[in-house]
Design a protein around this ligand. Structure first.
Ligand SMILES: *[C@@H]1O[C@H](CO)[C@@H](O)[C@H](O)[C@H]1NC(C)=O
Ligand SMILES: *[C@@H]1O[C@H](CO)[C@@H](O)[C@H](O)[C@H]1NC(C)=O
Ligand SMILES: CC(=O)N[C@H]1CO[C@H](CO)[C@@H](O)[C@@H]1O
Length: 236
């Protein structure tokens, strides 16, 4: 996890952002996707490479994903195929199918303090059903250190769409087959600020009801108590 930039690099990026941006964004809306894009949360002003348009239909070896959330703020993931090729490709295909953004957006439905934040049930029950076929496991190449992202599973070869972000060093998960395929590169402060919808209950919301009813279940039970993904930008 490489959130901390050396001081001079941070300064250079901050200067770049001041020079090239007219509005300091609170959200991740990209002023002009064809320009070099700056986005992020208040203090930091991260910049990344230009948005490729149209996006490749074949999953790239390395891509970055910006989740605009209602925390509010942005979470940037750096996905590296060589860490977990099957999981990395599946995530890309889910993203371009708008799995995490349709019908109100996917909610961070389970927060276990000092452990993980989990999400990846679609706001659309049809979409969750569509992606219900499990993929094979990848070998564990990277450790589940803070900021890495792995699939939640129900045992071997059961990965579908559910993911978790490690809030702390959870390398003890490595032996259980959880293969990180991405790492948070910006916005770990946002990840840490995600609301816990079920304080005191580490199971999170009822996954069966959420799966069956989609965002209607969230709207009926958790408004103001849960955070969701509002928008996704992929940078290749
Ligand atoms: C993203 O991942 C690529 C490939 O693993 C790596 O070369 C690059 O340094 C990473 N970028 C960031 C910002 O961590
Ligand atoms: C989502 O982000 C894209 C840029 O990636 C932007 O064009 C679009 O307006 C955003 N949508 C919302 C609802 O914010
Ligand atoms: C809840 C949990 O399993 N936490 C573990 C995360 O990984 C670290 C490092 O292996 C363990 O010390 C924690 O117990």
């Amino acid at each position: 996890m490489s959130r901390a930039l050396p001081y001079l690099a941070s300064l250079a990026i901050a200067l770049f952002c001041v020079l090239f941006m007219t509005v300091l964004p609170d959200s991740c809306a990209l002023a002009d996707p064809t320009d070099v894009a700056c986005f992020g949360s208040q203090a930091s002003c991260p910049c990344t490479s230009a948005l490729q348009d149209p996006l490749p239909t074949t999953p790239p070896d390395n891509y970055q994903v910006v989740f605009q959330t209602d925390v509010p703020g942005c979470i940037v993931l750096n996905v590296t195929k060589s860490w977990a090729p099957i999981g990395s490709d599946q995530f890309y295909n889910l993203l371009i199918d708008e799995f995490y953004t349709v019908s109100g957006g996917a909610a961070f439905f389970r927060v276990v303090p000092e452990f993980v934040v989990q999400f990846g049930i679609s706001g659309s029950p049809d979409e969750t059903t569509k992606w219900n076929s499990p993929i094979q496991d990848d070998p564990v190449v990277k450790s589940n250190v803070a900021g890495t992202v792995s699939y939640a599973t129900a045992g071997p070869d059961t990965r579908t769409s559910q993911l978790f972000i490690n809030l702390v060093d959870n390398s003890s998960l490595d032996d259980s087959g959880f293969a990180p395929f991405a790492a948070v590169t910006q916005g770990m402060d946002i990840v840490n600020a995600i609301m816990n919808p079920t304080p005191g209950d580490s199971n999170g919301v009822d996954q069966d009801l959420y799966t069956q009813q989609g965002d209607e279940y969230i709207e009926a039970n958790y408004v103001g108590k849960i955070n969701r993904i509002l928008n996704v930008t992929i940078l290749v």
